[in-house]
Write a protein that binds this ligand. Structure first.
Ligand code: NAG
Ligand code: NAG
Ligand code: NAG
Ligand code: NAG
Length: 419
C-alpha cells in the first residue's frame, strides 16, 4: 500500500462531520478541537481560533502562508502530508507559541520552514526535497525531541548546525545519499540515531563519543569497512547490516567516556560497550569472528551474522556471550568440519536459538545443517568417539555431554524471526 493511502485510513477517526455546522467542507471535526481534511486546495479559513490539531492529506496546497495560521494561537499539532506543498512563507509558524508537532512529510519542500517556535518538540520533514540544512534552521529549538529528515536529498551534513538542539532524543537521516558527515555531535540527550541507506564510508574520530545516552545506532546500508571506534557506553543496539565490513576486530576499539564536568573525552575501556544487547552485522563480508572481539558483550542477546562469508566459528567465541538467545547464521558458506560439534554443543547448552548453518563443504555434508542434521553428526561419529576417549573438543565439551548430544539429534528445529 502506498504510504499516502495508509495515511488516509489512519486518519478516519470517529467524527461529527455534517452534524457540526461550523466544520469546513471536506473536513471532519471532532470534539477535541481537532480537524481532519483531505482533497482541499487551501487551509480552511473558517476554522475556529481555538483549534488545536490539524491533519491534512491528499490535498493540493502549493504554499503555506502566514495568513493561513495567524488566528490559530492555540495550535499544537499540524500534520500536512501528501499535499504537493513546495514552499512555506517566511515566519509562517513563528507566532504559534503552542505548536509542539509539525509534520510536513511527503511533500516537495526544499527548505526547512524559517523561525520555528521554541515550543516545537517534533519536526518531521521526511520524503521532501531538502538538500541543505542550515544552523539558522534550528536556532532556539531547545525543546525539540524528534527530528526526522529521512528520504530527502541531503548529500553532506555538518552536525555542528544542530548545536542548539540540547534536548534532541531522536535523529533520523535515513535515505539521503549522504557521502560525508562532519562536525561534532554534542547531543547529550540523544537516544536514537539512524543514518541507514546513505553512502557513508567512514566517520571522523570520536564522532559518536559524546552521545552518552545513545541506545540505538543504525548504520545499515552504507559503505563502512570498519566498526566506528568510539561508541558510547550507553549503547544497546548497533546495526551495521549491508556494509563492507570484512572482519570483526573489536579488540582495536576504543571506548570513550564523556566527562561533562571537565568537558573532556576520557578513554574508558577497550571494547564495544558492554551494554549492547543486539548487534546486527548482516550482509557484510565478514570472514572471521575471533573470540577476543566479542569478549565483553555480557548482555548480548541477539547476534545477527546473516549473509556474510563465515565458514567456521570457534566455540570459544560463544563463551563470552552468556546471554545469547538468538544467533543468525544463514547465508554463510559453512565448512562443516567436526570442530563445529563443539560450537553446536555450547549453543545447545546455552539454549540459544540458531537460524541457519547449512554446510557448503565438504561435499558429503553439503546442504546439511551443522546444528540439526543427523547425517552431519554421523559423519563426525569417528571424531566423537576419539573425543570420548579423552580428547577435548573446545573448552566446554566434556565426555559426559555426548549422550545428551545424541539425544538432541532430532530436536525440533525452530524457525523464527524476531525484530
Ligand atoms: C570528571 O572529571 C572530574 C575532574 O577530573 C573528576 O573529578 C570527576 O570524577 C569525573 N567524573 C566522572 C563521572 O568520572
Ligand atoms: C570468502 O572467503 C574466502 C576464504 O574463506 C575467500 O577466498 C573469498 O574470496 C571470500 N569471498 C568474498 C566475496 O570476499
Ligand atoms: C579455538 O580457539 C581456541 C582458543 O583460541 C584454540 O585453542 C583452538 O585451537 C581453536 N579451535 C579451533 C578448531 O580453531
Ligand atoms: C575446511 O576446513 C578444513 C580444516 O580446517 C580445511 O582443511 C579445509 O581446507 C577447509 N575447506 C575449505 C573449502 O575451506
Amino acid at each position: 500500500m502506498h504510504l499516502c493511502d495508509a495515511l488516509l485510513i489512519l486518519f478516519l477517526f470517529p467524527l461529527y462531520n455534517g452534524l457540526n455546522p461550523t466544520c469546513p467542507r471536506k473536513c471532519n471535526c471532532d470534539s477535541t478541537r481537532a480537524v481532519e481534511c483531505y482533497r482541499i486546495i487551501e487551509i480552511p479559513r473558517e476554522l475556529p481560533s481555538t483549534i488545536r490539531r490539524i491533519y491534512i492529506s491528499h490535498s493540493k496546497i502549493k504554499q503555506l502562508q502566514i495568513s493561513d495560521f495567524s488566528r490559530m494561537s492555540g495550535l499544537e499539532e499540524l500534520i500536512l502530508a501528501c499535499s504537493g506543498t513546495e514552499s512555506v512563507e517566511i515566519n509562517t509558524f513563528k507566532s504559534l507559541d503552542k505548536l509542539k508537532t509539525l509534520e510536513l512529510w511527503k511533500n516537495k519542500i526544499k527548505h526547512i520552514p524559517t523561525s520555528l517556535p521554541p515550543s516545537l518538540e517534533v519536526l518531521k520533514l521526511g520524503d521532501n526535497s531538502l538538500s541543505i540544512l542550515l544552523d539558522s534552521d534550528f536556532d532556539g529549538l531547545k525543546n525539540l525531541r524528534v527530528l526526522d529528515v529521512q528520504n530527502n536529498m541531503i548529500l553532506a551534513l555538518s552536525f555542528s548546525i544542530l548545536y542548539s538542539l540540547c534536548n534532541l532524543q531522536s535523529l533520523t537521516l535515513d535515505g539521503n545519499n549522504m557521502e560525508s558527515v562532519s562536525g561534532s555531535l554534542k547531543l547529550f540527550k540523544l537516544k536514537y540515531m539512524s543514518m541507514e541507506n546513505n553512502k557513508l564510508h567512514s566517520f571522523s574520530a570520536n564522532l559518536f563519543a559524546p552521545l552518552q545516552n545513545l541506545q540505538l545506532l543504525n548504520l545499515n546500508g552504507n559503505f563502512l569497512t570498519k566498526v566506528p571506534l568510539d561508541l558510547p557506553k550507553s549503547l544497546l543496539s548497533l546495526k551495521l547490516e549491508r556494509n563492507q565490513l570484512k572482519m570483526i576486530r573489536f579488540q582495536d576499539l576504543l571506548l570513550w567516556f564523556y566527562n561533562e564536568t571537565c568537558a573532556q573525552l576520557v578513554l574508558f575501556l577497550l571494547r564495544l560497550p558492554d551494554t549492547l544487547t543486539r548487534l546486527d552485522l548482516k550482509g557484510n563480508n565478514i570472514q572471521e569472528v575471533g573470540e577476543q572481539e566479542l569478549k565483553n558483550l555480557k548482555q548480548l542477546q541477539v547476534l545477527n551474522l546473516r549473509n556474510n562469508n563465515i565458514s567456521a566459528l570457534n566455540c570459544s567465541v560463544l563463551e563470552f556471550l552468556p546471554r545469547l538467545r538468538y544467533l543468525y547464521l544463514d547465508g554463510n558458506p559453512w565448512n562443516c568440519t567436526c570442530d563445529l560439534l563443539g560450537t553446536r554443543r555450547v549453543l545447545m547448552a546455552k539454549g540459544t536459538e540458531v537460524k541457519g548453518g547449512l554446510c557448503s563443504v565438504p561435499a558429503e555434508s553439503q546442504g546439511e545443517s551443522w546444528m540439526s542434521s543427523k547425517k552431519f553428526l554421523q559423519l563426525c561419529e569417528d571424531h566423537l568417539q576419539s573425543a570420548e576417549k579423552g580428547k577435548e573438543i573446545g573448552k566446554k565439551m566434556n565426555t559426559d555431554d555426548f549422550s545428551s548430544l545424541r539425544a538432541n539429534v532430532d530436536d525440533y528445529y525452530y524457525d523464527y524471526e524476531i525484530d
